[in-house]
Design a binder for this molecule. Structure first.
Ligand SMILES: *Cc1c(COP(=O)(O)O)cnc(C)c1O
Length: 831
């Protein structure tokens, strides 16, 4: 550890004693001025709104600090059991508005800004998104942090401080173009660097096996290339409860001696290059949603997070004199967000045995008692595997430990199922072959005492298919925790008008007890309430229409039905099925067969992984179809289509309050849960969806008469696969035949011949895993029911109210309280 100046002095009590800051408009206005003029040193010539935003952020951050310190101290004094949420992704979005809401500063700040002649909306808009995640999995982690703080649970998030988050998506000629997202360029007022808690992380080297003075086997991991991990803390305020939890993100930094080595050789530029290699570890988020790609840098990121986090926690644990490692598992537990941080299993074994002198059995007991694993996907291509040879080079000690875990595990299996070589091969942590692989999900299954899926169907399919062998062995480990979203961000902050209306009628308790929305059911038939509800939806649609006009140059009429599908672009999510419906609608309008069709504005948005060629072709197809239809003067207002660029958290905050219809149309059995579906339901959208993921539970809550269900079930999908014949389906369905005909005759790519051939072939392929043609008829028929329903606006609004009223179960507060009751077992601590 290099010498650091801040370890040499301790501040006096006089120095750390502070008077609380005022929460009134006048104090806020004074601090805004002070930060703008003195902290930032700007004056009246400063034209950039970003400095005003930063001054505002500092003003709010100041008011988090005392609560943050008090929460830390309350946890220390209570000496309480704690949980740590380990995730390679935290898709936080913006912080300012959420902090204003949770601190209860929104009203006084409005007044303060009015005094100063400033517009809150404009300032909020200056903040960059913290896009440190791909999609649902990363956003779930962010919602969980908000719920943990609101429930006053001692939970800390641990992740990576990527310099570059999720790429920015631009469109060029209808194709996705990725641009780097340098979100930290203008500074990040929400983070606090804590270099005094820097950790050293080792890579490479070799293992030396020796015996100590007592004749015990010892392992030393030596000749390693080390990297420093520097923590940056972000405050996570609970909702008006005094609690402020912590998200700790690690940044990689070169060690000083790393540079010195090169310096002796007289190679200064090379030394700077070496520094770069170390710091590259936290340079960029991998933009793959639900697929592994086996890159060494990604494994480095995973180990970097796991090692820095575990060392940090062990050090804090052992800093108090009465604590011993033997009771570590009583007071600490880890939740692994997917397999990404699973190397933590081997790292905790290494730290306990090699650094803290523990024997295997005792260390293994701590690991198994403290770790739990959440699975997020049923797609086999997403199950992470790492080549053994990569481990041998990068993490040789961890490879030894994984072999030992596997040896002991397979010995148990052989005892329970004698003479079952096939089972041993199926369950082994090492997949045999010319390039043997480590199965990270199996490592998590063996080491964790709890394993959960993220919706009822998903958890059942895990047990019956994906991990059936492990379920047979340890049924008691398996459990379900249906996902949720935080209503603070996804209703109170993003839909203030609806929040006010609901509050006026049923009170504001729903902001912390979402079940209370049930009380809206009694208002669903009230014409006056329906009118107000409808007017708010209309205003939200106007706001979205304005953005669509400025971003996409397309006019959306707020009277029309707003039909929305926003999420990562992936074949299993079937944006393609949506496109087939759009083309079918267009075909009907052209043929004058428009009976029963309402005016629709269809919006699709989402990013494709940069290496996912088919997903990028689908984006191009959506854009071509949109341009063709919007440019056809015969269609006019009847149908408008846009691809909304750069879909991200901040875009979702504008989009979900404005949706009439939410498209959740994945092939059944493929979407683990979905959380976008829940944000839409909360904001009064109706759902058209398959019986997949959490859709099933949403439909159960709201009643099937208020939900547009279509398509094959997960079981039917499995059965149909064996004799799936899309070409016959197409030939026998006149509508689908015409749609395919329009695609095949190049109606949408007259200037670009052949570009959609791969997509057309995929739909016609009997091995199409997503079975798009199989669900076409049922989807189209159900869409017609949607149109019919929308024609009766009172009826539609009634169903909209009932959807919001039934969304209480899908609060992440409920999800977190489920995790806590069954896995973490933490006591809430008042700060
Ligand atoms: C909620 C959310 C998601 C997840 O959407 P799904 O429809 O569940 O895949 C992805 N990205 C962003 C920005 C979100 O807010």
């Amino acid at each position: 550890m290099p010498q650091r100046p801040f370890q040499s002095s301790q501040p006096s009590p006089e120095f750390t004693e502070v008077t609380p800051l005022g929460h009134d408009a006048q104090s806020l206005a004074d601090d805004l001025r002070r930060h703008f003029n003195w902290t930032l040193g700007r004056d009246r010539h400063c034209r950039s709104v970003y400095y005003t935003y930063t001054a505002l952020a500092y003003t709010v951050r100041d008011r988090l600090m005392a609560r943050w310190r008090d929460t830390r101290q309350a946890y220390e004094e209570a000496d309480c059991r704690r949980a740590y949420y380990l995730s390679l992704e935290f898709l936080m979005g913006r912080t300012l508005n959420n902090a204003l809401l949770n601190l209860g500063l929104d009203q006084p700040m409005q007044t303060a800004l009015q005094q100063l002649g400033l517009q809150l909306e404009e300032l909020l808009d200056a903040e960059h998104d913290a896009g440190l995640g791909n999609g649902g999995l990363g956003r779930l982690a962010a919602c969980f942090l908000d719920s943990c703080a609101t429930l006053q649970l001692p939970v800390m998030g641990y992740g990576i401080r990527y310099e570059y988050g999720m790429f920015r998506q631009r469109l060029r000629k209808g194709y996705q173009v990725e641009e780097p997202d340098h979100w930290l360029r203008d500074g990040n007022p929400w983070e606090l660097e804590r270099p005094e808690h820097t950790i050293r992380v080792q890579f490479g080297g070799r293992c030396e096996h020796t015996h100590d003075d007592h004749g015990r086997h010892r392992v030393r991991w030596i000749d390693t290339h080390d990297v420093l991990a520097v923590p940056y803390d972000t405050p996570i305020p609970g909702y008006r409860n005094g609690t402020v939890n912590t998200l700790r993100l690690w940044k990689a930094a070169a060690t000083d001696e790393f540079k010195l080595d090169e310096f002796h050789a007289g190679a200064y530029p090379e030394s700077v290059a070496a520094k770069n290699a170390a710091e590259n570890i936290t340079m960029v988020l991998y933009p793959n949603d639900a697929s592994e790609n086996g890159k060494e840098l990604r494994l480095r990121q995973q180990y970097f997070l796991a090692s820095a986090t575990l060392q940090d926690i062990l050090r804090r644990w052992l800093a108090r004199p009465h604590r011993k490692l033997s009771n570590f598992a009583e007071k600490n537990c880890f939740q692994l967000n997917d397999t990404h941080p699973t190397i933590a299993v081997a790292e905790l074994m290494r730290l306990l045995m090699d650094e803290h002198d523990m024997q295997w059995d005792e260390a293994w007991a701590i690991v198994t008692q403290s770790m739990a694993y959440t699975n997020h996907t049923l797609l086999p291509e997403a199950l992470e595997r790492w080549p053994v040879r990569l481990f041998a080079n990068l993490l040789p000690r961890h490879l030894e430990i994984i072999y030992e875990i596997n040896g002991r595990f397979l010995a148990d299996i052989a005892q329970r199922w004698p003479d079952d070589a096939a089972r041993l091969q199926r369950m082994s942590l090492i997949e045999d072959g010319p390039d043997p692989q480590i199965r990270m999900a199996y490592l998590a299954l063996v080491a964790c005492h709890k394993v959960n899926g993220v919706a009822a169907l998903h958890s059942r399919l895990i047990q019956q298919h994906l991990f059936a062998d492990f379920y047979a062995l340890w049924p008691e480990k398996f459990t379900n925790k249906t996902n949720g979203v935080t209503q603070r961000r996804w209703l109170a902050a993003c839909n203030p008008k609806l929040t006010t209306l609901i509050g006026q009628h049923i009170g504001e308790d729903f902001i912390t007890q979402l079940d209370r929305l049930r009380d809206l059911r009694g208002l669903a038939d009230d014409p006056a309430f329906q009118r107000q509800w409808h007017e708010i939806k209309f205003a939200n649609k106007q706001a979205l229409a304005a953005r669509v006009a400025s971003e996409c140059g397309v006019q959306f009429d707020p009277q029309a039905l707003f039909d929305i599908q926003v999420k990562r672009i992936h074949e299993y999510k079937r944006q393609l099925l949506n496109v087939l419906h759009i083309i079918h609608r267009y075909d009907r309008l052209l043929r004058g067969d428009d009976q029963g069709l309402v005016n629709r504005c269809i919006l699709i948005g989402g990013k494709a992984a940069p290496g996912y060629v088919r997903a990028k072709e689908i984006i191009k197809l959506i854009n071509n179809v949109a341009a063709h239809i919007n440019g056809d003067t015969r269609i006019g207002e009847r149908l408008r289509v846009v691809f909304f660029p750069d879909f991200r958290v901040t875009a979702m905050e504008l989009i979900c309050p404005a949706a009439d219809l939410s498209e959740q149309i994945s092939t059944a059995g493929k979407e683990a849960s979905g959380t976008g579906n829940m944000k839409f339901m909360l904001n009064g959208a109706l759902t058209i969806g398959t019986l997949d993921g959490a859709n099933i539970e949403m439909r159960e809550q709201v009643g099937e008469e208020n939900f547009f269900t279509f398509g094959l079930t997960a079981e039917e999908v499995l059965k149909r696969r064996k004799h799936y014949d899309p070409n016959t389906i197409i030939a026998e369905d006149d509508d689908l035949k015409r749609v395919m005909g329009m695609l095949e005759s190049g109606d949408f790519n007259a200037q670009e011949p052949g570009i959609f051939d791969p997509i057309i072939h995929a739909i016609r392929d009997p091995h199409d895993p997503w079975m798009t043609a199989a669900d076409f008829r049922s989807y189209i028929d159900t869409q017609m029911r949607v149109d019919q329903c929308y024609q009766d606006q009172a009826q539609w609004t009634r169903m909209s109210i009932l959807n919001t009223a039934a969304s209480g179960r899908f609060s992440s507060d409920r999800t977190i309280s489920d995790y806590n009751q069954e896995i973490w077992k933490l006591e809430p601590i008042k700060a």
